[in-house]
Each structure stands twice: as structure tokens, then as C-alpha cells.
Design a protein around this ligand. Structure first.
Ligand SMILES: [Zn+2]
Length: 303
């Protein structure tokens, strides 16, 4: 019996089992019979997660391709930056939750925002740009931010309800929580099931549909949904390719060759271009591989 971490309901149904990792462990996915939230089962211990993250999660930097890849990434992130500009007042204060190396913080500041990052596993050399802390221990008073961004972060959290509440407390009245997660209600998950790359066993502990994501945000106090989309130029074209050919993942290739050879990088890019139309078409029908939701807190004194 697995209690739902979203609604606390005691009963769940098996969705997928015998999910193997790159190491020797096996996991299942279970769906709450009340709210539909899907969890990894069992939840890996902190020690086990450290073993996985230490082993292969972070990519070592590769100076031969990183310059090109960074520019390309920026191009693919441009539509999301436009959405942020539409949702957040010019010059607004933004917290990038799960900021990693601080790249997005840097771009937002270059665009005139007052941005800072927070990430307990910060890999940023700039300690002023990315604070190494969990959101529950963020060194900011409540109501500090116009927006909190959570891109591909909430699926990793052992207690998403408490963490999202902590994030929403940091928002000003009328502030926006803007999150992107893999979409379990996608066409791709239907096709690939246990081979769907964004399952990322055992790194992803939570798997969301539009309904469960809205419930998470609403329960935390960000209850006015102002944006929902199902496509990311950065993620969507790669997930069907990596579900079919996991060996093409930059992570895999760097582990085997110590670097990402340009011809392979080019081949991976071509595959993604072929996958683009399918990924874009699925998104039109709200069945894309990503789910991006923006929700605002109440602006009135009743909050
Ligand atoms: Zn539930």
C-alpha cells in the first residue's frame, strides 16, 4: 500500500512494473485511485539517489561542443523566454528554482529582470547568482518574488506538496509560479510506456498529468491558471528519439567516449528534426511530451 503524496489517499493501482535502471534496482509506477497522481515505487532512499546522481546524472562539460550547444540551447529556449516576458512585469524579481549552472538566471538578468537562482545541488561558480539551498530554506522573506520558475524540477522532489507551498509563499500577491514537467498524459507515453525516456527511473519520483499538476499548484495557493502549453523546443523533439534509441543520449555517449563527437551530435540533431512535426502535432492536441503551466496567486487581501 502506497499513500498518495499529493492527496494522501491510501489506495493506488499498479501502472507499470519491472522498470529497470542502469544499475541493478527495479521500480514500479503506481497511480492514486483518488486523484490520479503517479509515483515511483518504492521511493529511493537519499543514499540510493546520491549513488545515481554521482554516477552519471550530471554531464561533464565539453569545451569542443559546449559553445555551439549553449548557443543552440539559447535559440531553443527563446520561446519560453518570450512567455516569461509576457507573464512577468518588466524588470520583475524572478527566482529560478533548480537553477543548476545558473544559465537561465544569466539570460534573464541580461533581459532586464532581477533574477536569482536556488538549487541545493548548485553547479554555478557564481554564488550570488545561484544560492545552494532547498526551497524550504530559501533565505528570502515571504512575498519577495514576481515569479518562481520550476523547469524540470518538481518531478524530482520527494515531497512536492510541501516544496511547492514553500515556493508559493515566496510569491507576491498576484505572483506567478511557472513550471514545466514531463506530461504522463502524452501520446508518447501511450506509445513507449516503460521505454518512454522522460520516466528517468529512478531520478523522477513524480509523474504528472494536467489534472494532477493543476491540483498541486491550486492546493499550494497558486490557483489562477494563466497559461498551459505542451511543447518545448528544448525537450519535445528529443524525447521520442531517446525513447527509440537511448544510446544516442549525450549522457550515454559521453560516458562511452568521454566526449560527444560532432558527427554523432549531428546525427542526433537530424533525428530530432525528423521527430519535430510529430511532437508539434501531439502538442496541438494537448498530448505533447511536456506540460508547462503558469498559475498566479490571488492578488486580493483575502489570500
Ligand atoms: Zn492522490
Amino acid at each position: 500500500m502506497v499513500q498518495c503524496r499529493l492527496c494522501r489517499h491510501p489506495r493506488s493501482a499498479l501502472l507499470l512494473d519491472s522498470l529497470r535502471t542502469g544499475q541493478t534496482d527495479t521500480f514500479a509506477l503506481r497511480r492514486c485511485r483518488n486523484c490520479g497522481f503517479v509515483t515511483l515505487d518504492p521511493l529511493p532512499s537519499g543514499e540510493m539517489l546520491r549513488r545515481y546522481y554521482d554516477d552519471d546524472y550530471w554531464l561533464p562539460t565539453d569545451p569542443t561542443t559546449d559553445g555551439i550547444m549553449a548557443r543552440f540551447l539559447m535559440l531553443r529556449m527563446a520561446p519560453v523566454l518570450r512567455e516569461i516576458k509576457r507573464l512577468v512585469p518588466a524588470g520583475g524579481r524572478i527566482l529560478d528554482w533548480g537553477a543548476g549552472d545558473g544559465r537561465l538566471v544569466h539570460w534573464l538578468n541580461a533581459d532586464g529582470f532581477d533574477a536569482v537562482g536556488i538549487d541545493p545541488y548548485s553547479r554555478s561558480a557564481d554564488n550570488d547568482a545561484v544560492i545552494a539551498a532547498a526551497i524550504e530554506n530559501a533565505p528570502f522573506p515571504g512575498g519577495s518574488f514576481d515569479a518562481v520558475l520550476a523547469f524540470h524540477l518538481i518531478e524530482h522532489l520527494p515531497d512536492p506538496v510541501e516544496a511547492v507551498r514553500a515556493a508559493v509563499r515566496l510569491l507576491k500577491p498576484g505572483g506567478v509560479l511557472f513550471a514545466e514537467v514531463p506530461n504522463l498524459e502524452s501520446l508518447e507515453f501511450r506509445i513507449f510506456r516503460s521505454r518512454w525516456q522522460p520516466l528517468e527511473i529512478p531520478y523522477h519520483l513524480n509523474h504528472f498529468t494536467p489534472d494532477t499538476m493543476i491540483r498541486l499548484m491550486t492546493d499550494a495557493g497558486a490557483d489562477r491558471i494563466v497559461h498551459m502549453s505542451f511543447f518545448s523546443h528544448r525537450v519535445s523533439p528529443s524525447t521520442p528519439v531517446l525513447s527509440m534509441a537511448p544510446g544516442l543520449a549525450p549522457k550515454e555517449i559521453r560516458r562511452r567516449h568521454r566526449r560527444y563527437p560532432l558527427p554523432l551530435s549531428f546525427g542526433y540533431l537530424i533525428c530530432q528534426l525528423v521527430a519535430y512535426p510529430m511532437a508539434a502535432a501531439a502538442a496541438v492536441f494537448r498530448k505533447g511530451a511536456v506540460l508547462r503551466v503558469a498559475a498566479k496567486t490571488r492578488s486580493g487581501p483575502s489570500r
